[in-house]
Write a protein that binds this ligand. Structure first.
Ligand code: MLC
Ligand code: AMP
Length: 504
């Protein structure tokens, strides 16, 4: 026995003294020292009484220590549950309760607010700060730098990633050791990552993109990363000359294109730019090539499946498409009503099957059965087609979802909040075009008879209920919502009517 994910991604680098992380202050973290950190943390987790399969809910700023905590959880056979740093206490409370987390690790500044929640659900609390300090770091420091890695097999759970749902309730997607390792390996191979690569990493590490696609690909190939706390244009421009590859959401690339310092010379040495998590406009793709001579490689994935398709490294990277299914991934386009496979060229729902597809939603067998077929195909909720050349196109979504700057916002969750506000009869939330975030959230309110909802007060209350990126950027009042003959709100009409809302 062995630990599938830890041994293959991390254990193999045990005695390597090469840099794993380059930090913005000029410091480096070698593989060896990173693994020592991980081992000390794994000892601390066991010392806290955690055992195999326990969930560790983590809401911390991006740092080498935050990444080492992921490694430590894998090594100790615990389930790592990373959470967006934008989540409010109300939102966190749900994740802690739903996951049954045994331990909550948060920034020191949040401990006071979160303590009551952790106590309520019987979880322990530790802190880990952006600078690597905090009670958990203190504990780990006193622990041995060796840890007897816990055995874990292909089908064992490694990570829970919560993803919102069309009903407004978040679901914990259960990812196994095999899911995560198989995807990292296939991406290394498809994108030609080697130990010589230096990836510019400016993504958050609490989602599939920053954690599985970016960090795991570097680990699986034995390369290095420039590990920046967040996307900061000046920092990116400064560090690009030292990178060979970069991954980002489309907003990264549109922001770079908006800066005159982003020139062909600056990135002449770069090997690869990858985009995903949201649609990359064909126009951005073309502008990028014009400016830099590089063609961005667009790929398509999601929380439940990690990566499904990718444009080719060597062949034509076709703008407006997400390329071909990755080796080992089967992809079909089906009729949403009958489930029958449609011929190429026809638009239908995208379904995928492969070692990358998750095990199901934590303690939600009905939800799992709705989306994950008995034969292993996962119904993505995305609409698309396969063209004559075999390229997959994402045409739209069968699920009511807004993607803002690469973060998913499920309208239902926001509507539930808005519906509960004084003076509001009902609401509809739609995504409208936004020059920076691609799409942004617009809230449409129907007042109760003879009422005038206080829009400012609603926005104020949103602060404690919803993460900032989910807040409607604008609230508008309407007399009634357009509905079809079945009584369903016609969001396409609302999207069309308000498509210029951001410009107003
Ligand atoms: C920040 N804000 C956002 C936002 N990010 N609002 C809407 N959408 C977002 N994505 C808020 C801030 O809190 C701030 O609020 C205001 O908007 C402007 O902030 P900013 O400083 O301009 O934003 P910044 O911090 O630079 O963040 C923007 C970003 C970031 C695009 C760099 O959101 C980001 O890193 N996104 C990546 C998301 C990601 O990794 N997704 C992968 C999911 S995995 P205020 O109060 O100041 O107005 C997945 C699977 C797959 O989808 O296929 O990969
Ligand atoms: P998440 O649940 O955060 O993992 O988001 C996954 C969703 O992001 C997918 O179901 C798609 O709708 C969308 N997505 C990811 N990559 C792309 C892409 N390259 N083009 C269009 N949509 C994408």
């Amino acid at each position: 026995m062995a630990n599938l994910l830890f041994d293959n991604l991390l254990g193999v680098h045990e005695n390597e003294t090469k840099p794993f992380l380059y930090l913005p202050d000029g410091a480096t973290v070698t593989y060896q020292s990173f693994l020592e950190k991980s081992a000390r943390m794994a000892n601390a987790l066991v010392d806290l009484g955690l055992s195999i399969g326990d969930r560790v809910a983590v809401q911390v700023e991006k740092s080498p220590e935050a990444l080492a905590l992921y490694a430590a959880c894998l090594q100790a056979g615990l389930i790592f549950l990373p959470l967006n740093t934008a989540y409010t206490i109300d939102e966190l409370s749900y994740f802690i309760e739903n996951s049954g987390a045994s331990l909550v690790v948060c920034d020191g500044g949040k401990v006071d607010d979160l303590k009551a929640v952790a106590n309520r659900f019987g979880a322990r609390m530790e802190s880990l700060n952006a600078d690597g300090g905090g009670s958990f770091a203190d504990r780990a420091r006193t622990m041995p730098a060796q840890f007897e890695t816990v055995d874990r097999e292909a089908g064992d759970l490694a990570v829970f990633l919560y993803t919102s749902g069309t009903t407004g309730r978040s679901k914990g997607a259960m990812l196994t050791h095999e899911n995560i390792l198989s995807n990292a390996r296939v991406l290394v191979q498809e994108w030609r990552f080697t130990p010589e690569d230096v990836l510019l990493h400016a993504l958050p590490i609490f989602h599939a993109h920053g954690l599985f696609v970016a960090a795991n690909v570097v680990l699986a190939s034995g390369g290095s990363m420039i590990f920046l706390p967040k996307f900061d244009l000046d920092q990116i421009i400064d560090w690009l000359p030292r990178a060979t590859t970069m991954m980002g959401v489309p907003t990264f690339y549109t922001r770079l294109l908006g800066d005159a310092r982003f020139t062909e010379e600056l990135v002449a040495h770069m090997r690869l730019f990858v985009s995903g998590s949201a649609p990359l406009l064909a126009d951005t793709h073309e502008q990028f090539e014009k400016r830099t001579g590089h063609r961005i490689l667009e790929r398509y994935g999601m929380t439940e499946t990690s990566m499904n398709t990718s444009n080719p490294y060597d062949g034509e990277r076709r703008a407006g498409t997400v390329g071909f299914p990755l080796p080992g991934v089967e992809l079909k386009v089906t009729n949403p009503e009958s489930g029958e496979t449609l011929p190429d060229g026809q638009v239908g729902q995208i379904e995928v099957r492969g070692p990358n597809v998750f095990k199901g939603y934590w303690q939600m067998p009905e939800k799992t059965a709705e989306e994950l077929r008995a034969d292993g195909f996962f119904i993505t909720g995305d609409l698309g087609k396969i063209d004559a050349g075999g390229y997959v196109h994402i045409i739209g979504r069968n699920k009511d979802l807004i993607i803002s700057g690469g973060y998913n916002v499920y309208p239902k969750e926001i509507e539930l909040f808005l519906d509960g506000q004084p003076g509001v009869l009902e609401s509809a939330v739609v995504g409208v075009p936004h020059p920076d975030f691609g799409e942004t959230v617009l809230g449409i309110l129907i007042p109760q008879p003879d009422s005038q909802p206080d829009l400012e007060a609603i926005m104020e209350r949103a602060k404690s209920a919803l993460a900032r990126f989910k807040h409607p950027r604008k609230l508008v009042l309407m007399r009634e919502l357009p509905r079809n003959t079945m009584g369903k709100v016609q969001k396409n009409i609302l999207r069309e009517q308000y498509k210029g809302a951001y410009e107003i």
